[in-house]
Design a protein around this ligand. Sequence first.
Ligand code: NAD
Length: 424
Amino acid sequence: MTYIEPAPIKDKENPLESMMSRFDKAAELLGISDEMYHILKVPRKQVVVGLPVTMDNGQIKVFEGYRVIHSTILGPAKGGIRFDMAVNIDEVRALAAWMTWKCAVVDIPYGGAKGGVACNPRQMSAGEIERLMRAYTTAMLDVFGPDKDIPAPDMGTGPREMAWLMDEYSKAMGMTVHGVVTGKPLVLGGSLGRTEATGRGVTVSALSAMEKMRINPYRASAAIQGFGNVGMYAAELLHERGVTVQAISDISGGYYNARGIDIEDAMKYRADNGGILDGYQHADKITNEELLSLPVDVLVPAAKEDVITHDNAADIQAKMIVEGANGPTSASADDIINEKGIMVVPDILANAGGVTVSYFEWVQNRIGYKWNLERINRRSDRIMKDAFENVYATSQKYKVNMRLAAYIVAIDKVASTYKFRGGY
Ligand code: NAD
C-alpha cells in the first residue's frame, strides 16, 4: 500500500489525512488487495475553476471553486457545496471520499463527491452570492447532472443557493431539471423533512447508541457544539426525546445551563438575532473548548472538522460522541478516546440522515410525486437505524470500534460492487 496522496501537508492534522488513516486501517482489517486499495483511494475527477464575479462595487473578483468526484461505483456522485474561506482542494477531496463511504454505509445508490468555493458568504450581499453560485454552476455544467453528479447544500449554502443552481442548470439544458440538485426550497421540488434530516439522523444514532449503552434518554444529558442546520435540529429532537441538552454553542461561544437549555427559546432567539446565539441570556457563557469537556452522556460536535484532537481528547468526559459534523475528531485523537471507553458514532454514519433525505428528494423528483412528512421520517429513521445496527454488528464481529466498523461496511460494499462492474 504505497500510494501517497499528492498534496496534503504532513506536519499538521488535516481532515484528508485523518480520513485516509481510518480508511487504511479498515482496508487492512478487511484484507483488500493493493490494486483495490488504489482504485478506492484515488478520486475519479477533480475540477478546479476560476470564477470571475462582479461585486456590488462594480469590481470583478475571482473566486476559486472546486468539485471532486471520488467515486461513481455505486451510482451517480452525490455531495454538498461548501462556501467558506477555509475551503481548499485537500478538504474537498476528503469530503468527497467521505460521501462515498457515507452513502455506502446507509446503503443508498450513490457515489461520493464534494464541492466548494473559497469565499466568505457572511461578507457578501445576496446578489454577490447569487452571481457566484450561477458562475460556479455554469463552470460545472459538464460535471453536474441528475444521472452524473447531484450537489446539495453544505456549510455556508442552503436552499436559496440550490434554487439558483437548479435554475442556472435548467436554463442551460433548455428544460426544468429538478433532479440535478437536492436541498432545494419546497416549491421547487425540495423534500419535506430535508432541513431537519441530518439533525434527525444524529438523534436516531444517539438514541440507538444510548440503547446499546443502556442509557435512559430521560435521564441523559447532552452538549452540542454548533447551532446551525445540524446542531440546532439535533438539539431540538434530542430535547423532544427527553434528553436534557445542557449546552449549545456556535461561533459566538458556548451556552450552559445544568437544568437544560430551552431549545425552542434558543432557536427563537437565534432566528431573531441574525442566526447567531451571541448575547443569549438564559444560560451561562462558556467557551467552545469548555463545552467539549462537559461531563455529559452525549457530546455532539456539529460545527466543523478537527475540534477533538490529540490536545483535548483526554479532557473529554462524555460517554459517547455522536459526530454531526464531518471529521470533527482527528485520527490522532482516536486512540485516546478508545482507551477512555467512549463510544463514537462516526460522521459517515451519524450525519448520513441528510444524504438519505436528499436521496428521497431525488427519488421524488424523478417519479414526479411528493411524499408526505410521515413517510419520509419513517423511511429515513428506518434507514438510519438499520445502518446503525449493521455497523454495530460489524464492530462486534471484527472487535473494532464503531468508526472502523463503519469504514469496513462501506469499503466492503464499494469494493465488492466494483468487482462485479469491473475495470477497463
Ligand atoms: P451551518 O453553517 O448551518 O452551522 C454551523 C454552525 O457551527 C453554526 O452555528 C456556526 O456558528 C457554528 N460554528 C462555526 N465555527 C465554529 C467554531 N469554531 N466553534 C463553534 N461553533 C462553530 O452548517 P451545518 O450545515 O450545520 O454543518 C455543520 C457540519 O455538519 C459541517 O461539518 C458539515 O459538513 C456537516 N454536515 C452537514 C450536513 C447538512 O445536512 N447540513 C450533512 C452532513 C454533514
